[in-house]
Design a protein around this ligand. Structure first.
Ligand code: DGJ
Length: 692
């Protein structure tokens, strides 16, 4: 038996590889001391036998095999080209240990080779794991799991994610029980409903304390997850592409990377690993040293009703509020007067823009802003030259149900990709554009991994040709957010809901994976277009300032007072965005369920800011103290409220934070917490902290 250990930050994974057969994970948990006897760990993990069991326990290998009488779901389902099930028996062929560990196993008779790859990142604490299958003859691969890992035994429940348009990232807690909890997303994209992740909190784990294991599958084409408790009580977790993703025979199949995190500091430990890994390892920034610019996006201001005069007037107002990047949304291209036509025809609409986009771009530049443009490249309307000339580029039959009146294009088709590249590239080459909002507004007619690969390829080609352009992944808001798409893009449009109350909750739960600098958040109209609710400008502005800030209302609707507040909060964002870019978002454990709170903590620990949002009416009358986290217990900090002007007239008492900075130790802030002034629902306190 050979043992391998992978150490990443606070976690260790140990693999045991027998001379015959596939390796299995004998340990996944807190970092092991150097020199730990790995053989002893494997031996200690061995489970007993009794009546009703086989005479040996089939191992939960990195790819459990039906051929070994494994009592659960196999990690691989493969058939010969004619459909005959194959039952490979793998034996080790090669091991490579450089920066990454690669373990290969073959069934020579069947011509199949399975390779497991692992890499460990010491700084972010993430272990990345991937499985590949190679075949000498084309085979049908119905299921290939990323390396199968054991589920922790002390977890009573698991958390995965549901959601919907305008309410993404809803955590779902399911008790562990005998059998399977399966997710199988056949919509062909990540989806609002299926963020591909699983968190397994140990009993008693909270945001700020306890143990958790977590996984994220970095793929934009829909995933399948199996969390299974075997008849003997062992647990296994498998993640792969959704069923039916690779319907054709092939000689190479691979899972997407599975990102593995472990924490002994509550859910926050896993969240921080994911946030850092995404920000510092996965995303490639066109201009890494440029501050995150404040956006102005015109969608909810004017929709399809584009005119140079209105947009220049809006740009004038937006820049005065503090906007730095002006994004022209849907409606700028040929005859696109509503959402029923023209997708696929990426030429400027001469009716709305008789002199092209240049006059608007020049105006935006003269104000000192950069310019961004909306595209939805993977889609086509029947009423478009593209569909008329190339009906063969449409994915699925013509009589399929449409989504938002549109078809999906067959992104596996190289000619189509060439055409899209030429159209988009020529707009980028002939205009000074430094940002694309890349939208995707319907699910696919069928699930197909080739679609996702085609989209990644087009994104890569455009990025190579236009390396200065930043790209945002939008899919009716947060319908395509995952580490796969973020290898090719740099920002996500988290949700179409610009309702600050909804957004506060979505941002909070998305922070389990997403850092602030990639998460777009805009100040919406006074009357929210998706919920009809009305929120104060202060609440809207501060919730947007928690993430990558922008505005998405008609600034001409703002009163002078509202404009002054928004300008002030935007200035605060600009003064703080540089350190917040590399900050960790730590979710706070609030004693009052009406409070959704987080602490953004500077990388060097010298400062932090707490956003404590009132997302409902508290059951008790007086605010419960809010405990902070992640501070140096023995250090001293000053804390103060940054938005004292939001103090309600209903606050009649004298909590000391009302009147000025407090100086307290980290220990007090973390154990006793801070007493906040009384606040009304749909408001937020901003508390800044500095280490002395
Ligand atoms: C859906 C997006 O989520 C919106 O922000 C907007 O860009 C529209 N599409 C445009 O059609």
């Amino acid at each position: 038996m050979t043992h391998y250990r992978l150490d990443a930050g606070r976690q260790t994974i140990v693999l045991a590889a027998p001379a015959n057969g596939l390796p299995h994970c004998t340990y996944w948990g807190a970092r092991l001391p150097d020199g730990t006897d790995l053989g002893a760990i494997a031996a200690a993990a061995e489970i007993d036998l009794t009546g009703g069991m086989l005479d040996a326990n089939p191992l939960v290998t990195l790819c459990p095999q039906t051929a070994s009488a494994f009592p659960g779901q196999p990690g691989l389902d493969v058939r010969s080209k004619d459909g005959t099930p194959l039952r490979p028996v793998f034996a080790q062929t090669a091991t490579k240990r450089a920066e990454a560990l690669a373990l290969s196993y073959a069934d020579a008779a069947l011509g199949l080779t399975l390779t497991f790859k692992f890499s460990a990142d010491a700084e972010t604490g993430i272990i990345t794991a991937q499985t590949a299958l190679d075949a000498t003859q084309p085979v049908l691969c119905d299921w290939l799991s990323a390396p199968t890992l054991p589920g922790p035994q002390l977890a009573d429940e698991m958390i995965d994610f549901a959601g919907r348009w305008c309410d993404e990232f809803q955590p779902v807690r399911t008790p562990w029980a005998a059998g399977i909890r399966a997710r199988d997303n056949r919509t062909g994209r990540t989806g609002h409903e299926h963020f591909p992740a699983l968190i397994m909190p140990a009993r008693g784990c909270t945001n700020t304390g306890g143990e958790a294991h977590a996984l994220h599958y970095g793929w934009s084409g829909g995933h399948r997850m199996i969390a299974e408790e075997l008849p003997d009580g062992r647990r296994q977790i498998q993640f792969g592409h959704a069923s039916g993703s690779d319907p054709l025979p092939g000689t190479h199949f691979e899972s997407a990377p599975l990102y593995v995190a472990y924490s002994d500091t509550g859910l926050n430990g896993c969240a921080v690993s994911f946030q850092r890994h995404l920000r510092d390892r996965i995303i490639t920034w066109p201009q890494p040293n440029t501050p995150r610019p404040v956006h102005y996006n015109c969608w909810e201001a004017i929709y399809f009703d584009h005119s140079l005069s209105a947009l220049t007037a809006i740009a004038d107002r937006a820049v005065a509020l503090g906007a730095e990047r002006f994004v022209l949304d849907d409606g700028w291209f040929k005859a696109r007067n509503d959402d029923t036509t023209s997708l696929g025809d990426w030429t400027i609409d001469a009716a709305k823009w008789p002199d092209g986009l240049t006059p608007l771009i020049d105006h935006v530049h003269s104000l000192g802003m950069t310019f961004g443009l909306w595209f939805e490249p993977e889609m086509v309307n029947a009423d478009s030259d593209m569909a008329r000339n190339h009906p063969d580029w449409i994915l699925g039959p013509m009589d399929q149900p449409l989504g938002r009146g549109q078809y999906v294009l067959d992104m596996a088709n190289a000619d189509l990709r060439e055409n899209l590249f030429d159209q988009i590239s020529s707009i980028l080459a002939s205009h000074d554009i430094e940002y694309i909002k890349w939208d995707h507004n319907r699910v696919l007619p069928r699930n197909d991994a080739a679609q996702t690969r085609g989209t990644y390829a087009l994104l890569d080609r455009l990025r190579t040709a236009h390396p200065e352009v930043e790209i945002e992944s939008c899919a009716s808001g947060g319908g395509r957010i995952d580490f796969g798409i973020l290898k090719h893009t740099q920002r996500v449009w988290l949700s179409d809901s610009n309702d600050a109350l909804t957004r506060l909750r979505i941002q909070h739960d998305a922070a389990l994976f997403l850092p602030s600098c990639v998460t777009g958040s805009h100040v919406g109209p006074r009357h929210c277009h998706t919920t009809g609710r009305v929120h104060s400008i202060s609440f809207r502005a501060w919730v947007a300032a928690q993430r990558h800030m922008g505005f998405e209302m008609d600034p001409r609707e703002l009163t002078q007072e509202e404009a002054a507040t928004l300008t002030r909060v935007t200035a605060w964002y600009k003064a703080n965005r540089d350190w917040m870019r590399s900050a960790d978002i730590l979710r706070l454990e609030s004693a009052d369920p009406a409070i959704i709170a987080e602490q953004q903590q500077a990388a060097d620990g010298t400062r932090f800011v707490v956003f404590a949002g009132h997302a409902g009416t508290s059951t008790q009358i007086a605010p419960r103290p809010l405990r902070l986290t992640g501070l140096d217990a023995d250090a001293t900090y000053t804390i103060d409220i940054a938005n004292k002007d939001d103090l309600s007239t209903l606050s009649r008492g004298t909590p000391s934070l009302k009147s000025g900075p407090l100086t307290l130790t980290g220990r007090t802030l973390m154990s006793q917490g801070i007493a906040l002034p009384y606040a009304v629902p749909d408001s937020i306190w901003i508390i800044e902290g500095h280490r002395l």
